[in-house]
Design a protein around this ligand. Structure first.
Ligand code: MRU
Length: 354
């Protein structure tokens, strides 16, 4: 399996996604501040991977803290949570993971006889549990979603919602993997995904690693291929899904969704329940990360635009729910009206088995 991130006795080890596909190198974070830096600089990226990385960052923070009593550790833990929460604003999995670690801290701290060491043990175990649950959720999304993909044909994806964006297997690419495992003859079309090129660099690398036939497209080619009948379905991941089913995902996803509708092609989103933000009524309330203009002005270190020109670089866009054919989660598939279907999936008792 692709080792996106891993807890080790020395710290958290990350496959450096900024260097793929040309170099397969690793970064070892030995402090929570380094984990925050690794998330901000996109050494690790993708909503579920960001969430579990933050949880491991907190586990690492309490492990390496010198606090000798529970209240001193609690004060330091607050700072750790704030630092990690300030890394990337759109992926709600980040905040979900931090909240879950906070709850575990509070629970353990309230136990009679709790000590800094018992909290350290509890938080490390919780982060490892989240890692295992994430892989199990991806496999479940895969088995729920596989039948939605064509027995034979082209499937377009945008950005990277694969093993590299999760702890393993992937959300959107997990559904593709599962369909391929069940014998579907799928050819993947991967949008290159300017400006960070997650499709060209990461999706292509990851699918080739698994021997799944893949063609990389420039972002402006999808419409033409759809018109030619080369694409039978679209599947993408999500960074945050509002309660009404509006989906924030990598910039350019909205374009693909509109094109899919115009061409009569189903548009699916695969995401774990932790990506649904029920506190967010619709997509207009989702915070959109603005990244450095340099990602747009430069390609591989070479300037492409005139000095001083104005630049936009929103990292995500919002696809209105009306373009979404179905949302594949680890608990099943939600269909419109999403206010009801997402709620009923989230409130089902089924826990993801690890
Ligand atoms: O900026 P990134 O690379 O973190 O954006 C990633 C995406 O948009 C993914 O599609 C999303 O996080 C889902 S990953 C399973």
């Amino acid at each position: 399996m692709i080792p996106t991130l891993e807890w080790t006795p020395e710290g958290v080890r990350f496959l450096d996604q900024t260097r793929l596909p040309l170099e397969e190198t690793y970064v070892l974070a030995t402090s929570y501040q380094q984990v925050a830096e690794v998330i901000t600089t996109m050494v690790v990226r993708g909503a579920p991977a960001i969430g579990v990385s933050a949880a491991m960052g907190l586990a690492l923070g309490v492990k390496t803290s010198h606090a000798t009593n529970v209240s001193a550790l609690a004060a330091e833990f607050e700072t750790m949570c704030r630092t990690l929460a300030a890394t990337r604003p759109t992926a709600v999995n980040l905040f979900w993971a931090i909240e879950r670690m906070k709850r575990r801290f509070t629970e353990e701290a309230a136990r009679t006889g709790a000590t800094p060491n018992s909290i350290r043990t509890a938080l490390i175990a919780e982060a490892l549990r989240m890692y295992d649950e994430d892989i199990a959720a991806c496999r479940r999304m895969g088995s729920h979603g596989a039948a939605l993909l064509p027995r034979s044909g082209g499937v377009l994806t945008h950005c990277n919602a694969g093993a590299l964006a999760t702890c393993g297997y992937g959300s959107a690419l997990g559904v593709i993997r599962s369909a391929v495992e069940q014998g579907h003859q799928i050819h993947v079309y991967a949008d290159e995904t300017r400006p960070f090129l997650q499709g060209a660099r990461l999706t292509a690398w990851e699918l080739m690693h698994d021997g799944i036939p893949t063609t990389v497209l420039c972002d402006n080619m999808a419409a033409s291929l759809m018109r030619q009948g080369k694409i039978q379905a679209v599947i993408v991941g999500a960074d945050r899904i509002a309660a009404n089913g509006d989906v924030a995902n990598k910039i350019g996803t909205y374009t693909v969704a509109v094109l899919a509708k115009e061409n009569g092609i189903p548009f699916y989103v695969a995401a774990p329940i932790s990506t649904i933000d029920f506190a967010c009524p619709d997509g207009s309330k989702i915070p959109i990360e603005q990244r450095s203009v340099r990602e747009v002005t430069h390609i591989a270190g070479k300037q492409m635009t005139p000095d001083g020109v104005s630049i936009e670089n929103p990292a995500f866009d919002v696809t209105p729910a009306k373009y979404v054919t179905g949302i594949i989660t680890e608990r099943g598939i939600a269909r419109a009206p999403y206010e009801e279907s997402l709620h009923s999936l989230a409130s089902t008792e089924t826990k993801v088995e690890v």
